[in-house]
Design a protein around this ligand. Structure first.
Ligand code: ADP
Ligand code: MG
Ligand code: ZN
Length: 478
């Protein structure tokens, strides 16, 4: 991006709520069933049916509002947003227009070490649409209504975001909170969490915003970042060439890495919003809101601070461990057994994360139980195995699900700490490498590294490295 431009971004995030049933009927919200098997006359918009609001939807939305510092409306209502599209059988989406459930919130987070605050304009409840499936073979388009009326919250941010990094971190922070609240499964690849990127650019120093475009339905952090980069550059180039930015709705094609215009953007009046006549207003009592507030779990930023205070972890480590509730729970369980927070943090953030990423699974799906990781750490702490060996044991544990003790026993990996035994090997290696000994005596300290390496190789990594170093120096300096 050019230095003389600034990018302005506001996100509209849609999160599918993990209620058991849909927003206005008793159909299940389960993902992945045969098409059109999870629907009924209500969610397919048959004439004469009446919706009944699922109370859980309000509860979940209010929890999210409270967790993002919003004001919760004591009185709000639902509205019809009218438009025609084949995935919307009612020809209107029940949403909220002028009186949303939550407003005026904000989210604080850190981006590349800097504090950042993004305002949250509103959070409202609405229903999802169905899905169109294009059959490339026959050229037909089919509709699957299973997703019709699955409950959503839409979280609209203020145009406070200034870079792709900030957008991604904001989205990550929202995801983390949704997971902690257990109100959304956050499976982005399944579309449970997705966002629209509103973006405009302006010359640095300008006080007025430029015309924005809206890139729809991004469902991975990577595509959010790439879409922002693409659209920023496109707008700057357009302006530099004397062109105009049109307020339009766009798509981003992940495979090709390019965005393209879909349609000119509609205004609110195009939707002919009007109050939903079949649903009563939502009136919340002080007591109801207070109870939900009291029921909120420990949120990610609070947990992070607790890790810094209680476990003396660095801010970075605490952040990494607490982004995912699953990881944080795992960390605490391991640490409750072996009581070595730094070691647990290191294992989780390095070796474990690497293997999990390669296998594309989450920590609770892995075969390494918290008890087994704790046992491995205790074996290192007690000196039973060296840290080098532990890395190999860890990999085996990941592959087989066996306990550390079992692997160490089966493969004879117990660390050698017997000084006499090590001394014999040290002497042998010294004997075999007169050149290195000479080098060392001539002041080339690097030779030590080579000799230690040979000794470790001879013992298949099992010799205690401190003892090896101590004995080697003693003998050489004699
Ligand atoms: P709509 O509902 O028509 O999409 P909103 O007024 O609700 O419009 O705004 C949608 C999003 O666009 C919000 O996240 C807001 O922060 C963002 N936004 C508004 N103006 C701009 C702008 N000039 N540049 C970038 N983002 C903007
Ligand atoms: Mg919009
Ligand atoms: Zn239904």
């Amino acid at each position: 991006m050019r230095e003389d431009y600034e990018v302005i971004i506001g996100l509209e995030v849609h999160a599918e709520l993990s209620t058991n049933t849909k927003i206005y009927c008793g159909c299940t919200t389960k993902f992945g069933a045969d098409p059109n098997t999870h629907c009924c006359p209500i969610c397919t918009g048959m004439p004469g049916v009446l919706p009944v609001l699922n109370e859980k939807v309000v509860e979940y939305a209010v929890k999210m509002g409270l967790a993002t510092n919003c004001e919760i409306a004591r009185f709000s209502k639902q509205d019809r947003k009218n438009y025609f599209y084949p995935d919307l059988p009612k020809a209107f989406q029940t949403s909220q227009y002028d009186l949303p459930l939550c407003e005026h919130g904000h989210l604080d987070f850190k981006v590349n070490g800097q504090d950042k605050t993004v305002g949250i304009t509103r959070i409202h409840i609405e229903e999802d649409a169905g899905k169109l499936i294009h059959d490339a073979y026959t050229g037909d388009t089919l509709v699957d209504m299973n997703r019709c009326a699955v409950p959503l919250i839409e979280i609209v941010s203020e145009p406070d975001i200034r870079s792709a990094d900030e957008a991604v971190t904001y989205m990550q922070t929202l995801k983390s909170i949704l997971e902690y609240l257990e109100i959304c499964d956050c499976k982005m690849q399944e579309g449970s969490l997705r966002c629209d990127v509103n973006l405009s650019v302006r010359k640095k120093g300008d006080t007025k915003f430029g015309t924005r475009t809206e890139t729809k339905n991004l469902n991975s952090f990577r595509s959010i970042a790439r879409a922002i980069e693409f659209e920023t550059n496109r707008q700057i180039e357009e302006l530099e060439n004397g062109g105009t930015i049109y307020q339009e709705t766009r798509r981003f094609d992940d495979a090709r890495g390019i965005g393209y215009a879909m349609r000119s953007k509609e205004d609110a009046h195009d939707y002919r919003y009007f109050p939903e006549p079949d649903l009563a207003p939502i009136v919340l009592s002080e007591e109801y809101i207070a109870n939900l507030k009291a029921s909120l779990p420990e949120l990610p930023h609070v947990r992070k601070q607790r890790y810094i205070n209680d476990f003396s972890l660095s801010e970075y480590d605490a952040e990494q461990l607490t982004i995912s509730k699953e990881t944080a729970n795992y960390f605490e369980k391991v640490n409750s057994i072996c009581n070595n927070p730094k070691a647990v943090a290191n294992w989780i953030m390095t070796d474990f994360t690497k293997l999990l990423n390669e296998a594309e699974i989450t920590i609770s799906e892995s075969k390494i139980t918290a008890e087994n990781l704790a046992e491995l750490i205790l074996l290192i702490d007690k000196g039973t195995i060296s840290s080098a060996i532990a890395k190999k044991v860890f990999k085996k544990m990941f592959e087989t699900g066996k306990s550390a003790k079992q692997i160490v026993e089966e493969e004879g990996l117990v660390q050698v700490t017997d000084e006499n035994e090590i001394k014999q090997i040290v002497l042998k290696i010294i004997d075999l490498n007169p050149q290195s000994v000479q080098d060392y005596k001539a002041g080339k300290d690097k030779a030590i590294g080579f000799l230690v390496g040979q000794i470790m190789r001879e013992t298949k990594g099992k010799a205690n490295p401190q003892i090896v170093n101590k004995l080697l120096l003693e003998i050489l300096n004699k």
